[in-house]
Design a binder for this molecule. Structure first.
Ligand code: SF4
Length: 280
């Protein structure tokens, strides 16, 4: 065949036609890019994964994990407070309590502020005006900002339930509002720094009975150096309010003996009988 310009053009057309068909075929098979074998050739762009039907489970799994909420920095709202005593200045105790909570939230009066996650002011419904006071927040309390929420709290709930009391009936707090590292007892300087907060709480909550949980709380309020064995089992007087020392639930959990549980049971029955006596 003579290689005339006309023939060359016809060959080119035929070649282009073949190429176009080839590309269309490839495209139908889902191949949009051809590999370049030369080092400088165009690289294949990253291929998108084929779309899969979305199931409810898959949608849930693919959702970005919700950020783990930090416990609310704000302290728990104040408890229901008893009405102001007749004839006293009509300052609003709820407003005073809110102010106290805000002061506690930002307090830096002692070194415990440097290691805490949250201050733990206390909480409870206070229906029966019984104030339980422990020594200080533990790990769970520091993380949540709420008092007695760990194992000790669960045991306390059981002890209360045994005499038909619930958190709605009491208010519960500690002598220091920030966690002592490693759950050690609070240092005297820390107790002194925090004590005005506790005294304000007692003034505003006006408890009819105070129950201290553990030796540090009993010794602090009674200004005593006696052992808990000598202090418990009878009512004391704290500024005109009956005060009953008993074991801290954490101690009962650590020393889970029949004798300790029996003593704790005797103490909580005294609380029950005291409240029953007020109703007569
Ligand atoms: S323990 Fe009491 S005094 Fe110390 S920083 Fe906490 S709230 Fe303030």
């Amino acid at each position: 065949m003579i290689n005339s310009p006309e023939n060359t053009e016809a060959e080119m057309r035929s070649l282009l036609y073949d190429f176009r068909r080839y590309f269309e075929q490839q495209k139908e098979e889902g191949i949009e890019y051809l590999e370049s074998s030369s080092p400088g050739g165009l690289a294949r762009p990253p291929r998108r994964p084929a779309a899969r039907p979305v199931t409810a489970a898959a949608a849930k799994a693919s959702r970005p994990a919700a950020p783990v909420p930090r416990p609310a920095a704000a302290p728990a709202p104040g408890p229901p407070l008893p009405p102001p005593a007749a004839g006293k200045a009509a300052s609003d105790p709820r407003e005073a309590y809110r102010t106290l909570l805000e002061e506690l939230r930002v307090c830096r009066k002692c070194p415990l502020s440097g290691t805490r996650n949250h201050t733990v002011p206390g909480e409870g419904g206070n229906r029966q005006q019984v104030l339980f006071i422990g020594e200080g927040p533990g790990r769970d309390e520091d993380l949540s900002g709420r008092p007695f929420v760990g194992r000790s709290g669960k045991l306390l709930d059981k002890i209360l339930a045994a005499v038909s009391l619930g958190r709605e009936d009491i208010y519960i707090t500690n002598i220091v509002k920030c966690r002592p590292p490693g759950n050690r007892d609070p240092e005297p300087a820390e107790v002194i720094a925090c004590r005005p907060f506790l005294e304000t709480q007692i003034k505003l909550l006006r408890p009819r009975l105070i129950v201290t949980l553990g030796l540090p709380a009993a010794r602090t309020l009674l200004e005593s150096t006696d052992s808990l064995g000598r202090l418990r089992g009878r009512f004391h007087d704290y500024q005109g309010i009956p005060l009953l020392p008993t074991y801290h639930p954490a101690y009962i959990l650590r020393s889970y003996t029949v004798e300790n549980r029996k003593k704790a049971w005797e103490d909580i029955k005294m609380v029950r009988d005291f409240l029953a006596g007020l109703r007569k």
